[in-house]
Write a protein that binds this ligand. Structure first.
Ligand code: ADP
Ligand code: ASP
Ligand code: MG
Length: 467
């Protein structure tokens, strides 16, 4: 049988109880030949990144000290769950880790220019520690778990902070993990981290452990990639915003990808591609309620095609509008425009155009001060900050006439801009002011999923709703 990848996020390993749950879930899955991928314990990646900023500020001692609380959390978990001998071994690992991080903080404090690779080196300790701890906890439950350094599997370029996996990853991962699987061992590796061909540590970008799981899954031709998190699958909206959001039983790859691109944090946006490439089902489940059905993500033909599935959103968006009469009937304008974004390494999410103007949305506006003068060579530039992209996603949008009219009539008192129907036609995307986003999403969620006679219908209801 092909293996099953089981990825546990930071909230699934935040304390001893969470580790116990994970051990029970993995134990039940032994016949499925699990490969375990784990994130740093909840909150630790943030703390590691903040420590780097302290070191850049010059105070290496304070930088290292700021990590003591989280290092102690690891030790407390080990003391609660491990026998004396493995606990002592793990405590030694934590002490060595602290010393190594201390050295790195000192180097950064003296030479802040060394920060990008050293930041990845420091942040990667989060996943290394959690994976070593989890492997020990699994062994304590009589499972034949073996810690694997994920940097030996995930080979990447040297784009520190958001490194791109290279094709060598597949043979490297197979070489590391297949012998373990063949001898009935359970490999446990940290997500999010990799290394360059020179052996320098890299990371894949925030939330990247999901992506690691998918890459490992593709390399091993896994039977299934399971993403275990703190909610019961992919929900109809962000549960932090919409209390009544509910689990979507089945999604197509395309739908899941669109939801992830447009802000559903439960899946890293790059997770779905390796699964599509190898046609591996992805399952999203709740590590705190393992019995609850989660979400299964499969090829389009197998997913319920006729419905609107969910509403995703992304705050903190900036829109840029470039208006120029030179665009009228001319060619080469769009190329010149996109070259500016290319030059300043700024990704564009949504684009809408008219005869004389182009609007673009970006979620990383850090290069804007340099971008704008270049854009002004092309036309008049208008920038709007604090926008939210709202995206309604579902294969049902493909063939449901009138859906856009109903969506916009529901929020007709809210100013909407940059309306676009994704090229794949499984999303309807638009921009609102951030201050009105919650209200808009709650109202749309109500008509799509809560109002009487909504639910799995293709059409949206048009009842009056109060947010
Ligand atoms: P993990 O630590 O397991 O990787 P994340 O915090 O990255 O977990 O992702 C899970 C969180 O994503 C949920 O707790 C939820 O708040 C948020 N989220 C946002 N949109 C959605 C959605 N549509 N469905 C489920 N969760 C969502
Ligand atoms: N620990 C990393 C982060 O917090 C990766 C992950 O959790 O997926 O971003
Ligand atoms: Mg995550």
């Amino acid at each position: 049988m092909n293996p099953t990848i089981m990825k546990f996020g930071g909230t699934s390993v935040e304390d001893a109880n969470a580790f116990r749950n994970v051990a029970a879930i993995v134990k039940d899955a032994v016949p499925l030949r699990p490969v375990v991928v784990v994130s740093a314990i909840g909150g630790f990646t943030n703390a590691l990144l903040a420590s780097v900023q302290k070191a850049i500020g010059g105070d290496a001692r304070a930088a290292t000290r700021s990590l003591d609380h989280d290092l102690k959390r690891h030790v407390a978990i080990a003391r609660e769950l491990l026998n004396a001998e493995s606990c002592a071994a793990f405590e030694l690992t934590v002490a060595v880790t602290r010393r190594e991080i201390r050295q790195l903080h000192k180097i950064i404090a003296m030479h802040p220019v060394t920060q990008p690779p050293l930041q990845d080196e420091i942040v990667a300790y989060g996943e290394q520690l959690s994976a070593q701890l989890l492997a020990a906890v699994l062994r304590e439950s009589n499972l034949t778990a073996r810690y694997v350094d994920a940097r030996r599997c995930l080979r990447t370029n040297d784009n520190y902070g958001s490194a791109v996996p290279l094709p060598e990853t597949t043979p490297a991962t197979r070489a590391e993990l297949m012998p373990l699987l063949e001898s009935s061992r359970i490999p446990v590796l940290g997500g999010f981290i990799g290394s360059t061909d020179k052996g320098v540590t890299t990371t894949l970008g925030r939330g990247g452990s999901d992506y690691s799981a998918a890459i490992v899954g593709a390399a091993l031709e896994a039977r299934e990639i399971q993403i275990w998190t703190d909610v019961s699958g992919v929900l109809t909206a962000d549960p932090r915003m919409v209390r009544k959001a509910r689990t979507i039983p089945v999604l197509s790859y395309q739908e899941a990808a669109e939801l992830a691109y447009f802000g559903a944090k439960v899946l890293h946006p790059k997770t779905i591609q390796p699964a599509i490439d190898c046609r591996i089902p992805v399952r999203v489940c709740n590590s705190r309620a393992a019995g609850e059905p989660g979400t299964l993500i499969v090829a389009e033909s197998e997913a319920a095609p006729q419905t609107v599935k969910a509403i995703a959103h992304k705050n903190g968006i900036t829109t840029v509008q470039v208006t120029s009469a030179r665009m009228l009937g001319a060619y080469g304008f769009l190329r010149a425009l996109f070259e500016v974004f290319d030059r300043h390494r700024t990704a564009v999410d949504v684009v809408t155009t008219s005869e004389v103007s182009v609007s673009l949305s970006i979620d990383n506006a850090s290069a804007l001060p340099e971008l704008i003068p270049d854009l002004e060579q092309l036309g008049a530039v208008e920038v709007e900050e604090h926008r939210t992209i709202i995206s309604i996603v579902g294969e049902g949008l493909r063939n449901t006439p009138g859906i856009a009219a109903r969506v916009f009539s529901e929020i007709s008192d809210i100013n909407v801009s940059m309306i676009s129907v994704g090229a794949s036609s499984v999303n309807l995307t638009f921009m609102v002011e951030e201050s009105r986003a919650t209200e808009a999403i709650k109202r749309l969620h109500y008509v799509c999923f809560e109002a009487p006679a909504s639910g799995s219908r293709t059409e949206l209801a048009t009842e009056e709703v109060t947010a």
